[in-house]
Design a protein around this ligand. Structure first.
Ligand SMILES: O=C[C@H](O)COP(=O)(O)O
Length: 256
């Protein structure tokens, strides 16, 4: 946690979910209606096919709906792509950009990620910019260097705490059940905060830095209690309301 920053617990459904899954979303929304929102802000990023339904369901709750990726352009001949403006129109408040799955599977580089963050702002969305090292980079001792490079290349210089969230996701921890130690998370987040300070100045002290990678109710207290960890980006565990709410509950015990 960082004093003065309200944590954000964000889900990322990835390529999962049909209309039958919306009941889980209803339960997530209802869970936050019963007081969880006092401790945390919440967001669920869903496939574009579900976004307008999700936004409608969540509109009666404190939970936001978000997109999982966007194109850099507003419109045009980009078959199969979705612009930030389209996500906004469908009810999104946030969009994830630069997720490692997009970086790896679609060859996205830092410049593209930065352009996507700017596209998100253009549409009035908050950009959640993902960074993180691969297993190979970690084993080579290059973790901090990779994070420096990604902050330098992926984060627009005009980022502010209200238009940008950073998500640190070690690639090797995503969907594997593996997590870094609390000390490793602390080192990475402190490093990201320093690099953001160099780039953004004093506002970096208020910018949320989320941790993502195999967050579950059973490890949330340990991971989210680390200094400079201002919330979580949750993949698999966000598909089940009980797990997602269990992660958000962690903040009650951390702050209490
Ligand atoms: O965006 C979410 C992350 O990729 C984490 O996924 P995970 O919680 O399934 O490891």
């Amino acid at each position: 946690m960082t004093p003065g920053i309200r944590p954000l617990v964000a889900g990322n459904w990835k390529m999962n979910g049909t209309s039958a899954s919306l009941n889980e979303l209803r339960m997530i929304g209802n869970g936050f209606m019963s007081g969880l929102d006092a401790e945390t802000e919440a967001l669920v990023c869903v496939p574009a096919t579900l976004l307008s339904h999700a936004a409608e369901i969540l509109s009666r709750t404190p939970v936001h709906a978000g997109g999982e990726d966007c194109h850099t352009k507003e419109s045009g001949a980009y078959t199969g792509c979705i612009s930030a403006e389209m996500l906004k129109d469908a009810g999104a408040s946030h969009v994830i950009v630069g997720h490692s799955e997009c970086r790896e599977q679609r060859g996205e580089d830092d410049a593209t990620v930065q352009a996507k963050a700017a596209a998100a702002w253009r549409a009035g969305l908050v950009a959640i910019i993902c960074i993180g090292e691969t297993q190979q980079q970690r084993e080579a001792g290059a973790t901090l260097e990779v994070l420096s490079r990604q902050v330098a290349g992926s984060v627009p210089p005009s980022a502010t705490p209200s238009n940008t969230v950073i998500a640190y996701e070690p690639v090797w921890a995503i969907g594997t059940g593996l997590t870094p130690t609390a000390a490793d998370v602390a080192e990475a987040h402190a490093h990201i905060r320093e690099r953001l300070s160099e780039k953004l100045g004093a506002s970096a002290t208020k910018t949320r830095i989320l941790y993502g990678g195999s967050v579950k109710p059973s490890n949330a207290v340990e991971l989210l209690g680390v200094r400079n960890v201002d919330g979580a980006l949750v993949g698999g565990a966000s598909l089940k309301a009980a797990d997602f709410l269990g992660i958000a509950e962690a903040y009650r015990s951390i702050s209490g």
